[in-house]
Design a protein around this ligand. Sequence first.
Ligand SMILES: *[C@@H]1O[C@H](CO)[C@@H](O)[C@H](O)[C@H]1NC(C)=O
Ligand SMILES: *[C@@H]1O[C@H](CO)[C@@H](O)[C@H](O)[C@H]1NC(C)=O
Length: 497
Amino acid sequence: MDSHGNQQQSINQSESLPLTLKWKPFAVYFFSILILLLAISLTFPNSNFYRTQHLKFTFSSHSTLLQTLLGFFTPTEKRKQSSTPKIPISKPPYCVLWMAPLLSGGGYCSEGWSYILALYEHIKNPTFRLAIEQHGDLESLEFWDGLPEYIRSLAFELHQTDCRMNETIVICHSEPGAWNPPLFETLPCPPAAYQNFKAVIGRTMFETDRLNPDHVKRCNRMNYVWVPTEFHVSTFVGSGVDPSKVVKIVQPIDVKFFDPLLYKPFDLASAGNLVLGTPPHNSNAKKFVFLSIFKWEYRKGWDVLLKSYLEEFSEADGVALYMLTNPYHTDRDFGNKIVEFVEHSEIEKPENGWAPIYVIDTHIAQIDLPRMYKAANVFVLPSRGEGWGRPIVEAMAMSLPVIATNWSGPTEFLTEENSYPLLVDRMSEVMEGPFKGHLWAEPSVSKLRVLMRHVMQNIEEAKDKGNKAREDMIRRFSPEIVAKILADSIQIILENS
Ligand SMILES: *[C@@H]1O[C@H](CO)[C@@H](O)[C@H](O)[C@H]1NC(C)=O
Ligand SMILES: *[C@@H]1O[C@H](CO)[C@@H](O)[C@H](O)[C@H]1NC(C)=O
């Protein structure tokens, strides 16, 4: 009852003070996060239970947020009059409302921010104003806390943008299950009937060879579907998405942040836990370092990586494999998972002893990531399927030679000149989860062995490929390039609808 009262109040107030209307729910929202933070830090330092309960509470306030947002969108005469003087004549009427899991961390979140920042920083006289909204996943406090201050204030600023539904292009940047009507509890996207908006765009991607029928239906409800690669254009159209709706919009990479000239290598040895092999006798001895970064899931091909690495190398080779990983619906016990995998495999322990494997499973802040790449000789990811492959692109921007599976999203940017594309043995069936029955790639263990050995023995060639990789990333995916692609696509939609 209380919250209903508050909500009434905020809507009433908003009629005379339009700016507080959007500010208010957002402020309330973060206020509850603040309380949660205090609760966690003061009383329940390790309690996931309280964290979850509070997040649920925060989350359920979405209905208030939604209703207020809709109230906001509904142009009443009174509101229009009061807001008119606040909007300078020169401001373009149109809005692009970007709805994504912007407070959640994870793939769609970082991708969402990379587009928003690209547009904000590189489109000088936009024909539209930019607005944002959290949608599609739970918000994460750790993530919000870790955001730089300027992004946090930008989040508040863009969340206040004043838009009319009929002048707004909505971008639903999330998995199609979150689109209106959502299959789970989230602010629906679009936040009202599809036809109330100027246009609605779905931005999504998958890692297998096809789409589920329900996802196809949801895509076809959109005016447009933006996908990152040619691979997706072909899998979406092949699964039944209307070809006239599917548009390729590649992903930007911050090549100024991921610039090898700006960083000293991270001390990998200090962060890594040795899980296989013996500690080095002489810790100063320079190892040839293979680095892999991924969420711990079968799709990422960690089994292929372990098998290839352990069969190809022994301690005598002077190599080291660092796996920077974090849990994905699993616990953190990666060391045991690796040892167990090796024990149950046919891999024989070399006479010279295992080539060392290190796991880094602590949280590595975004700001330290370039130094991780800088500390490696090669980046390797024998994934079974990728949407885009963000760590691969980051490594390439850092001029690191890359070995990655030549299938799915990464075929958009892997070439013989800029990397070591890993051949696929065959396609295999996805055995569990929501994509069960789809196909994805089985990267070749024997070819991966050959490539890892080859890179070690051809360091100059590998460096040349790394340099070419950075050139390609700058030329094709730097934020100003992608901002232009985005702005042009938005312009075409504004002119056509
Ligand atoms: C949107 O609706 C408002 C109010 O009904 C109207 O004044 C405005 O011209 C419309 N904009 C467009 C682009 O149709
Ligand atoms: C990688 O895959 C693409 C797309 O299937 C193909 O055109 C290309 O030749 C492949 N590259 C290598 C090195 O196999």
